[in-house]
Design a binder for this molecule. Sequence first.
Ligand code: HGY
Ligand code: MN
Ligand code: MN
Length: 413
Amino acid sequence: MELKDLRVNGKRLQKTLEDMAKIGATPGGGVQRLTLSDEDKQARDLLVKWLKEIDLEVTIDEMGNIFGRRAGRNNDLPPVMSGSHVDSQPKGGRFDGILGVMGPLEVLRTLHENQVITERPIVIVDWTNEEGSRFAPAMVASGVWAGALDRDWAYDKTDINGKRFEDELIRIGYKGTVPCKKSPLHAYYEYHIEQGPMLERSGKTIGAPKGILCLHWYDIYLEGEANQVGPTPMEGRHDALCAAAEMILKVNELPERMGGNMVATVGEIQNYPNSRNIIPDKVHFTVDIRSWDDDLAIDAWNKVSDDFKQIAARRGCPLRMEETWRVEHSPFSEKLVQGILDTAAELGYSNLHMISGAGHDASYMNQLAPTAMIFVPSIGGRSHVEIENTTWEDCTAGANVLLHTMLRSANEK
Ligand code: HGY
Ligand code: MN
Ligand code: MN
């Protein structure tokens, strides 16, 4: 068969996604595969089994990143890499991340069964802790591999129950010995659901984002004064939750205040002692600011953190603010992005040049090598929810575009 006529096996891709969706399946039809949980381990074990079935050289590095390497004709050449993540949000969907690992797996299965040898080696990767939900920050393992984050700093991160990242990596048996260190790449492709409404609204099948917004994460801690809610007069209270409530609305108002081109969200909050008849005296909440304009995002933070200081002072609630993580906006390789649009058109798929509001490991790979992403529609634009869904036809379409863009890059001398 001529290379141009190669197509993935959509039914087989669907089966791998269905098999993976059984791991950590939730009653609402989604998945819970929190980073370094038993469910994450199960998915990793299944992935490793599948990688070995097609004779890939499997390695696991110090951050638990799983690599499957397929030899090319010239193995001295930097490889083409494609991957994403098997971990999920607490009540996540059946496509976020896992499609970007099952997609390249399907591509390599297709090359394997057709005895296609490429000029360059090809590497598939599962990046540990892309989500950053259990252990902040997100994309931590691709960040360490890229040299942007420190391994031991990541090892010491703890979850809400005080469990350390490194200890959990050891517990599930995925703290590898291979150094988590970048190596030359010819190109990096990440296949992913859009997680937003743009493709569906425009009636297009394939999205090619020009890049990813910057992501800035902060953690806010407030102290108040706990007391019995009945006898304590309203005036003179130091109610940490009311202070937080005022601050959270300031975050919500921020994008409009900054003139748009930004999103800002408080997604996580803990309130203590969290008893209906005690005035709250400790609150922690998170702030997530994203924009294509890094300076605008920083200016937004400077403005809203000043508001926080004023609110805290007025309410007598001491405030601690930490910058948890920043990754710059990532403009992808124009050559690779155009290659995705052209390949989609050649394969007969409608396509859209767009932007990614969701963060991906591609942000860090983009700092090392020409990088681009392939998106397929999220039904209703929904993601990070159990009803996250994409049609099998669109999953297959995206995998075909991935097949041919990877082939083109892997056959470049
Ligand atoms: O935060 C994100 O956009 C990604 O899900 N880590
Ligand atoms: Mn993802
Ligand atoms: Mn996600």
